[in-house]
Design a protein around this ligand. Structure first.
Ligand code: ADP
Ligand code: MG
Length: 618
């Protein structure tokens, strides 16, 4: 052996690490005991990796060492030691892992800590810098580590957290990592076994390896998900959820189930209380960890649930999966697809059951997570039928805030009704004030209200539900159930006048309209714009949001209410060749666009409105 290697080398920490350490060392915390959770979680990660290597039959050092975490307190030497028999670290890994910060996310976290309230330091583990929390309680940290690679050497890493660390080779180390904390004067409580046991119970109760405190076992390792449902208390479930989801509150829903066929599965799934994507956190990572016979194969495994179920947290354990499955091969593995299908169906069935037994809770779920169900409908045909059952809507026949399913809608539809009607708008008030509902009120037809911009796309793509077409109430050709035929109102314009007026309007409005017709659907409004083809007003709004060049909506059909005084007087002006008729016609069209909630460039309108006012004030 080269004796040079035994010499100690001093190295500087990367600048970000120095910053991190400065915060950790110099701040006062109420909750610094979380350092132990971080070190135990690192030990557990290292053991999980080792267990995986062992099963996949790689050559490893000290193969027969038991997989466990030993914690020893010494209140004479004032030290706390945390040792694991996990994968350990090579020299390069030591330098990389305990001397630098790779993640850009953690750099942002440090910046935030430096600038704002330092109490957020509790979140340290979520940002991939948990190790440094050791310096909250220790003024010197020594790490003894030896990698599990067959030829690996051992090393000692040591630092007082002030700018630099030392590394030297060590002889006679066993596989794994031992971290010795030289406790600060004001941190002597962490040299007491009672304190350590209490903290383990609070934060690390679900670690899947024995944790020994001064030789005594301090946790129960039986994986919760393999237990019988009636052997697990609500409290244990909730604690487990907090542990795996790294949160402090309780879940909204929990599903614990086992299956033997077609695959043997133990799964424990949770729905959180909040959807973080709603608050602009960006797209969530998958939240389910994949195990095979209690061995962690992948944390936050992709492909175990469809992407649109990324808000679900939990654990899935299946005996059939090959242990050596990698992230790359997950996607096209047949067993994984099968597992995903079974899990997804079971989870959707569970949600459907909850909607019946826990309606209020389900509606709360719908408000926060409904967008994921819609994403599923738009992207996943495999589960269409199950997802359709989960859709909820307010409607013209519900109280504000109350929700119905498509089934409830169909159960009370009017005789002869063949379609499911819907109308999009930013909120209930706007929808109810629009002219589109007039005919539906008159015929006592229920209309679903869609408040999300994506709704119209989803419903359009679905096309129909149980043989009933989805039809937007702003479409031109509504085939409404017959109410004995339309009889032209006695007080309306004569048919010849209607035709002449429609032709004239078409000329005046030019490219803005595709057609002008007498309306059979209006009672109170003078005119309405309708969409030919599949487009809805909501899609139109989206188009204009994306393409700012479109300063006018695509041409619409204008329907006029031939019994309305405005339309009747317009016809008189037209017959008299009054130039004001054109002004009025244009304003009637723009008013109909406004009533539809559509955007257009109002440049010309102000002039026109002034002209109209001038005349009105004469
Ligand atoms: P994170 O655990 O989120 O990656 P940490 O700051 O807690 O961030 O740890 C940094 C890295 O140091 C870990 O990713 C791991 O590679 C390494 N490490 C820390 N503790 C151990 C340990 N006990 N055994 C092996 N590697 C470890
Ligand atoms: Mg960590």
């Amino acid at each position: 052996m080269n004796s040079n290697n035994l010499q100690e080398e001093t190295r500087e920490f990367q600048a970000e690490v120095k910053q991190m350490l400065d915060i950790v060392i110099n701040s006062l915390y109420t909750n610094r005991e979380i350092f132990l959770r971080e070190l135990i979680s690192n030990a557990s990660d290292a053991l999980e990796k080792l267990r995986y290597l062992k099963i996949t039959n790689k050559e490893i050092l000290d193969r027969d060492l038991p997989l466990e975490i030993s914690i020893n307190t010494d209140d004479i030497a004032h030290t706390l030691t945390i040792q694991d028999t996990g994968i350990g670290m090579t020299r390069e890994e030591l330098v990389e892992n305990l001397g630098t910060i790779a993640h850009s996310g953690s750099k942002a976290f440090i910046k935030q800590l430096t600038e704002n309230d330092r109490k957020d330091v509790e979140l340290i583990g979520q940002f991939g810098v948990g190790f440094y929390s050791a310096f909250m309680v220790a003024d010197k940290v020594t790490v003894y580590t030896r990698s599990c690679l067959p030829e690996a050497q051992g090393y000692i890493w040591s630092s007082e957290g002030t700018g630099s660390y030392t590394i030297k080779e060590a002889l006679d180390l066993k596989r794994g990592t031992k971290i010795v904390l030289h406790l600060k004067n004001d941190a002597q409580e962490f040299a007491k076994p009672e304190t350590i046991k209490r903290i383990i119970k609070q934060y690390s109760g679900f670690v899947q390896f024995p944790i020994l405190v001064n030789g005594e076992k301090a946790n129960t390792v039986q994986p919760l998900w393999t237990k019988n449902k009636n052997e697990v208390s609500d409290e244990e479930y909730n604690e487990f959820y907090k542990y795996i989801a790294n949160v402090y509150d309780e879940p909204l829903f929990r599903l614990h189930f086992s299956a033997d066929a077609p695959l043997s599965i133990n799964a424990l799934l949770f729905v959180p209380k909040e959807n973080l994507e709603r608050f602009g956190f960006g797209q969530l990572d998958p939240g389910v960890n994949l195990y095979c016979r209690k061995v962690l194969i992948q944390q936050q495994a992709e492909g175990i649930l469809p992407k649109w179920l990324r808000f679900v947290k939990g654990v899935v354990d299946s005996e059939e999966l090959p242990l050596n499955i990698s992230r790359e091969t997950m996607q096209d593995n047949m067993l994984v697809s099968k597992l995903r299908r079974v899990l997804t169906s079971r989870f959707l069935k569970f949600l459907n059951e909850q909607s019946r037994t826990e309606t209020e809770k389900y509606n709360d779920f719908w408000k926060k997570f409904g967008i994921f169900i819609k994403e599923g409908l738009a992207t996943d045909f495999e589960h269409k039928e199950e997802l359709l059952k989960l859709l909820r809507f307010e409607s013209s026949k519900t109280e504000p805030g109350k929700l119905i399913s498509l089934k409830e809608y169909l159960d009370r539809k009017t005789t002869g009704q063949k379609a499911i009607y819907f109308l999009n708008g930013p909120n209930r008030e706007v929808i109810e004030a629009s002219p589109y509902l007039e005919i539906f009120r008159k015929k006592d037809l229920e209309v679903l209200y869609t408040f999300d911009a994506v709704d119209d796309y989803v419903l359009n793509q679905l096309g129909e539900y149980e043989g009933n077409k989805f039809v937007s109430a702003d479409q031109e050709n509504l085939e409404l159930p017959d109410d004995g035929g339309h009889t032209p109102a006695a007080d309306g314009l004569a048919e010849a006048d209607v035709n002449a007026l429609a032709d004239w309007l078409k000329q005046q409005l030019g490219e803005k309209v595709t057609d002008v017709k007498a309306s059979k659907r209006l009672t109170d409004s003078p005119a309405i714009v309708l969409n030919p083809g599949y487009m809805t007003n909501s899609m139109q709004r989206m188009m204009q949001l994306i393409n700012k060049e479109l300063d006018y909506p695509v041409p619409k059909v204008l329907e006029i209410n031939t019994t309305h005084p405005i339309i009747k007087r317009l016809d008189i002006l037209r017959k008299n060749n009054d130039p004001f008729a054109k002004v009025a016609a244009e304003q009637i069209y723009d008013n109909a666009l406004i009533a539809a909630g559509l955007n257009f460039d109002p440049k010309g309108m102000v002039n026109r409105l002034n002209q109209i006012l001038e005349r009105a004030l004469q």
